[in-house]
Ligand binder design. Structure first.
Ligand code: AMP
Length: 172
C-alpha cells in the first residue's frame, strides 16, 4: 500500500462502540503525505476531462477541494441541510436509524458538466449513493467517484448502481 497509508489512523470504538474510525487528520497534517494522497486520488482522472469536483461534507470538502485544484477545475460542496443559501436540490437517504438529507445549490453545476464525486471514506455506501442520486437529478454527467479509503468488508461498493466507476486509493 502507498507510503501515506501509515498516516491514516485507526481509532477503535469511535464514534460508537464497535466502529473502527479511519482518522485521516494525521495524513492531512503531513504536507508530503497530503500531497501524495491527493496526487494518487487524482491520477486515474487526469485524462477524464473532469469539469467540476463535487465533495461531500465535511472531509469530502478537504479532499475534494484539493483534488479540484490538482485537476484545475472548480469545486462544488454537497452539504447537510440548512447550510447552503438560496435554492437547493435535495435528496433524502436512510441511515441505520432514521434518515438524512444532502443538498447542492441550484445552478452550482451547469447542464452537461462532467462531475467527479469525492468523499474521504466509502463505508456502507449510503452517503456516496445519495450524493450520486442528488447529482442524477441534475443534468450533469457523473464520471465516477473518488474516495481515499474504502472499507471493503462493509460492502458499500455493491450499493453503487451507477455505471461509472468508484475508485479507492486505500482499500482495507
Ligand atoms: P457510509 O455512508 O456508510 O459509506 O459512510 C460514509 C461516510 O461516513 C463518509 O462521509 C465518512 O466520512 C463517514 N464514515 C463512515 N464510516 C467511517 C469510518 N469507519 N471511518 C471514518 N469515517 C467513516
Amino acid at each position: 500500500m502507498a507510503g501515506f497509508a501509515g498516516l491514516v489512523r485507526d481509532v477503535p470504538d469511535f464514534p460508537r462502540p464497535g466502529i473502527v474510525f479511519k482518522d485521516i487528520l494525521p495524513l492531512l497534517a503531513d504536507g508530503r503525505g497530503f500531497a501524495a494522497a491527493v496526487a494518487a486520488m487524482a491520477q486515474p482522472w487526469r485524462d477524464a476531462r473532469v469539469s467540476a469536483v463535487a465533495g461531500v461534507e465535511a472531509r469530502g470538502f478537504i479532499l475534494g477541494a484539493a483534488l479540484a485544484r490538482e485537476l484545475d477545475v472548480g469545486f462544488v460542496p454537497i452539504r447537510k441541510p440548512g447550510k447552503l443559501p438560496g435554492a437547493v436540490h435535495e435528496v433524502s437517504y436512510d441511515l441505520e436509524y432514521g434518515s438524512d438529507r444532502l443538498q447542492v445549490q441550484q445552478g452550482a453545476l451547469a447542464a452537461g458538466e462532467r462531475v467527479l464525486l469525492v468523499d474521504d471514506v466509502l463505508a456502507t455506501g449510503g452517503t456516496l449513493l445519495a450524493a450520486a442520486h442528488l447529482l442524477g437529478n441534475l443534468r450533469v454527467e457523473l464520471l465516477g467517484a473518488a474516495v481515499l479509503v474504502e472499507l471493503a468488508a462493509l460492502g458499500g461498493r455493491a450499493r453503487w448502481r451507477d455505471p461509472s466507476p468508484v475508485l479507492a486509493t486505500l482499500v482495507y
